[in-house]
Design a protein around this ligand. Structure first.
Ligand SMILES: C[S@@+](CC[C@H](N)C(=O)[O-])C[C@H]1O[C@@H](n2cnc3c(N)ncnc32)[C@H](O)[C@@H]1O
Length: 293
C-alpha cells in the first residue's frame, strides 16, 4: 500500500478521496479525473463504476489507483494516462511520441470539408495528404467523412507513424490510409486534392512557459516551430504548390496570431489565402489556401 494516501474502504470512497486530493492540487476537473482514474485502474466504465460503488477496495486496487493518481498529480494529462483521446468522434490510441489531438484541430477538419463544398464531394475519389500526422487524427477524421477518398500521412517520428497506422486499422480505414516517414511533403508526388497539416507552431522560446501538461508531456518535435514558430509552415510552403491539384486546397492549423505571417508565406509561393476559420474560442485557427490562377 502506498504511503501517499489513506486506504479507502469502497470504490466510491476512493473516488471521493481522490477528487479531494485533485481539488487541493488545483486540477481543473478533479471530479472527472478522479472518476476516470478509478474506472481505469479497476477496469470499470462509467456505468459499472456507479453500479459497484459500494464494492470494497482490495489493496492491489488501491495501489493501482495511487500509481495513476501520482501521474495526474505530476500534471500528466488524462489522455496520456488513459492512452486514448477522442477526436472527431474517433477513438485514437496515443503514445509518448504522438501529440494529444486537440479539440481546436477539429476546426481544420470542418474547414477542409467546407472547402470541398458540395455534398457530392464526399463520394469523389479524392487524394489527401496529412503532413505531420501524429496519431493520424486529421487524416483519419477526413477519411471517416469521405468514403471515396484515400490518403497518406507523413511524419518524422517512426513511433508516431506506427501508432497512426494502428489507429487506421482499428478504425477500419487501413485500406485507404498509408503512412510514410519523411520531412512534411518532400517524398510525396501530386496531384493531391486536399493537403492538410497541423505543424508544430510554438515559437521555441515560448515552450518553457506552456502549461506543464503540454510542455512536459507532448513530444518536443510536435511543439517546436523554430525561433518564430513558422519553420513548419516554411517547409510545407516549399512543396505545396508542386503537390496541389489545380482545384485542390491546402488547409493549415494556425497558432494564435499567426494568420498574417502564414498567409504571407504562402502567397509568396502562389497560394491564395481565404479568411481564417475561428475555433470555439474565437481564435483564427484554420486557413484554407488554393493555387492562385
Ligand atoms: C502539432 S503535431 C500534430 C499531430 C496531428 N496532426 C494532430 O493534429 O494531432 C505536429 C506533428 O508534426 C510532426 N513533425 C515535426 N516535424 C516534422 C517534419 N519535419 N516532417 C514531418 N512531420 C513532422 C511531429 O512529429 C508531430 O507528429
Amino acid at each position: 500500500m502506498s504511503a501517499s494516501s489513506t486506504p479507502a474502504a469502497t470504490v466510491e470512497a476512493a473516488r471521493r478521496s481522490l477528487a479531494q486530493r485533485f481539488r487541493h492540487a488545483g486540477l481543473d476537473a478533479p471530479e472527472l479525473d478522479a472518476r476516470l482514474i478509478v474506472g481505469h485502474a479497476l477496469g470499470l466504465d462509467h456505468a459499472a463504476l456507479a453500479a459497484r460503488s459500494r464494492r470494497p477496495l482490495a489493496d492491489a486496487d488501491a495501489d493501482a489507483i495511487d500509481a495513476l493518481a501520482a501521474r495526474r498529480l505530476a500534471r500528466e494529462p488524462m489522455a496520456r494516462i488513459l492512452g486514448r483521446k477522442e477526436f472527431w468522434g474517433l477513438d485514437l490510441a496515443l503514445d509518448a511520441e504522438t501529440l494529444v489531438p486537440r479539440p481546436e484541430t477539429e476546426t481544420v477538419v470542418e474547414a477542409t470539408l467546407a472547402a470541398l463544398g458540395r455534398a457530392d464531394g464526399s463520394r469523389r475519389a479524392l487524394r489527401i495528404a496529412d503532413l505531420g500526422t501524429g496519431s493520424g487524427a486529421l487524416l483519419l477524421a477526413l477519411l471517416s467523412e469521405l468514403p471515396g477518398a484515400a490518403g497518406i500521412g507523413t511524419d518524422t517520428s517512426l513511433p508516431a507513424l506506427r501508432r497512426a497506422c494502428a489507429n487506421a486499422a482499428a478504425l477500419g480505414l487501413a485500406a485507404r490510409a498509408s503512412f510514410v516517414a519523411c520531412d512534411y511533403g518532400t517524398a510525396l508526388q501530386g496531384p493531391i486534392d486536399l493537403l492538410v497539416s497541423n505543424p508544430p507552431y510554438v515559437a521555441r522560446g515560448d515552450i518553457a512557459a506552456l502549461p506543464p501538461e503540454v510542455r512536459d508531456f507532448d513530444p518536443w518535435r510536435a511543439l517546436d516551430g523554430g525561433p518564430d514558430g513558422l519553420n513548419g509552415y516554411r517547409a510545407i510552403a516549399a512543396d505545396a504548390r508542386r503537390l496541389l491539384a489545380p482545384g485542390g486546397a491546402l488547409v493549415l492549423e494556425l497558432g494564435r496570431g499567426q494568420y498574417a505571417a502564414v498567409a504571407e508565406l504562402f502567397t509568396a509561393v502562389g497560394l491564395a489565402p481565404e479568411a481564417p476559420r475561428p475555433d470555439l474560442a474565437g481564435i483564427a485557427r484554420a486557413l484554407v489556401l488554393r493555387p492562385s490562377p
